[in-house]
Design a protein around this ligand. Structure first.
Ligand SMILES: C[S@@+](CC[C@H](N)C(=O)[O-])C[C@H]1O[C@@H](n2cnc3c(N)ncnc32)[C@H](O)[C@@H]1O
Length: 423
């Protein structure tokens, strides 16, 4: 899986592909290991740097990942006996890299096991480096956030990014109480979600896809931040809505609660396939799926258009611990250009008097406020229009925008701007 990530694949996809043959318990164990290791990679590297001659950057990247996995098991996975963690990693290193590398793995991991009581690496004197190491984030990301929010709020955000994200579900075709009863009958503990009516947070460790309520299409998974984006959009009852970047489709489903018809389009065929499977499981109504490029929308103007654009996803680092290590400064320019193109093209298919909703799961101003401000400056026929008071809680509104922050609200990060076209 880690080799897949190095080849540019995303963690979710690599996990799906590599764990097909495992049962639910083993999948959970692998997930705990890999997600946990990636969330603490910076700290693990500091520990390894003190014990690998020449530092971790000097050794083969695959061996480095094996050492990180071994170290994480030794220090953070109490369920794994040290001899098993060391033995397994040494064996794997031998299979993949030969006897020399396996001796290194054996020596390093045994030493870490021996020194576990005094293992914490020294705190770097540079305050940003210290935060980056403690919370395992790239330093440049910590720097950019601390310039915006200050050190203490940045610390809270880094901490939130390392917390395990819970599964939150929404009822479909049944009311919340029915879904609660179905889950209760299956022995699944549920909790209400602050700020978002009808969503249910499931106790951790639930094998969701094995639940009857899932198989019967009585629920779908949606982080409260995504639900809030759609509630903030507040499309008119019975209207036709185009969701031009729709896959895997949870916002399209949420839109279909109020809309008369939702056109759910995405450019990526594989993701469209997955979206269709999801809608099929739910027996979803009032949704039409299309494969289409949002830069050239092939539809006639509609009452509301949502563009949930591709972005750096810095609001979802807690779910995708690989993303923080993949992020590059150049992503802002590359994705920014695409976001700009999609937003401008989407504007051409909004009816006069209609709504254009721009959203991201990024925390970054370049992808959020600045995109919208530039768009509004070039399109005087659109104005920012927050939904009526009470549609979403006041504490997720910020100057008319929707802004959800992991460390303030406890959900994924999200941003949205609701733009009204003049009649
Ligand atoms: C943030 S995700 C959308 C998530 C989705 N709205 C949901 O709530 O489930 C962005 C999506 O945009 C799609 N995408 C990227 N470039 C696109 C383009 N030019 N036209 C249409 N879709 C595009 C990606 O395939 C991806 O599925």
């Amino acid at each position: 899986m880690l080799a897949d990530l190095r080849a540019g694949q995303l963690l979710d996809g690599a996990f799906e592909k590599r764990t097909l043959a495992l049962d639910a318990r083993d999948r959970r164990w692998v997930q705990e290991l890999v997600w946990g290791m990636l969330r603490s990679r910076g700290r693990l590297d500091a520990i390894l740097a003190d014990r690998v001659r020449g530092g971790i950057a000097k050794i083969d990247v695959d061996v480095a990942d094996l050492l990180r996995l071994g170290t994480y098991q030794l220090l953070s996975m109490g369920s794994v006996p040290p001899y098993a963690a060391i033995g397994q990693m040494v064996q794997l290193t031998k299979q993949r890299h030969g006897i020399g590398a396996s001796k290194l793995a054996n020596a390093v991991l045994r030493r870490i096991d021996r020194e576990r009581a005094t293992i914490e690496p020294a705190t770097p004197s540079d305050a940003l480096e210290a935060l980056a190491q403690q919370y395992s984030h790239p330093r440049w990301v910590v720097q950019r956030w601390s310039e915006r929010w200050g050190m203490e709020e940045t610390r809270a955000l880094l901490d939130a990014n390392n917390a395990a994200a819970s599964i939150v579900v929404r009822p479909y075709g049944v009311v919340r109480e029915q879904l609660e009863a179905m889950l209760d009958g299956a022995g699944v503990e549920t909790h209400e979600v602050p700020r978002v009516a009808d969503s249910l947070r499931l106790a951790t460790g639930v094998a969701l896809t094995e639940l009857g309520a899932f198989k019967q299409g009585a629920l779908y998974v949606q982080d409260p931040a995504a639900t809030l984006v759609v509630q903030y959009a507040h499309v008119a009852e019975g209207s036709t809505v185009a969701d031009l970047c729709a896959a895997p489709g949870s916002k399209a489903l949420e839109l279909s609660r109020r809309a008369g018809l939702v056109l759910a389009a995405d450019r990526n065929m594989t993701r469209v396939d997955r979206m269709m499977n999801g809608f099929g499981r739910l027996d979803a109504e009032r949704l039409h799926v299309l494969v289409a490029d949002a830069r050239h929308p092939a539809i006639t103007p509609v009452e509301a258009v949502l563009v949930d654009v591709p972005c750096t996803g810095t609001g979802t680092f807690r779910r995708h611990p690989d993303a923080r290590w993949r992020l590059q400064v150049s992503d802002f320019a590359v994705l920014g250009a695409l976001q700009k193109q999609i937003l401008r093209a989407a504007a051409t298919v909004v009816k006069p008097g209609g709504l254009l909703i721009y959203s991201t799961c990024s925390l970054e101003l370049e992808e959020n406020d600045e995109q919208v401000q530039q768009f509004l400056a070039a399109h005087p026929e659109f104005t920012l229009e927050a939904p009526a008071p009470g549609v979403v809680p006041d504490d997720v509104l910020d100057g008319g925008y929707l802004r959800v922050l992991p460390h303030r609200h406890g959900f994924d990060g999200a941003f949205a701007a609701r733009l009204r076209r003049s009649a």
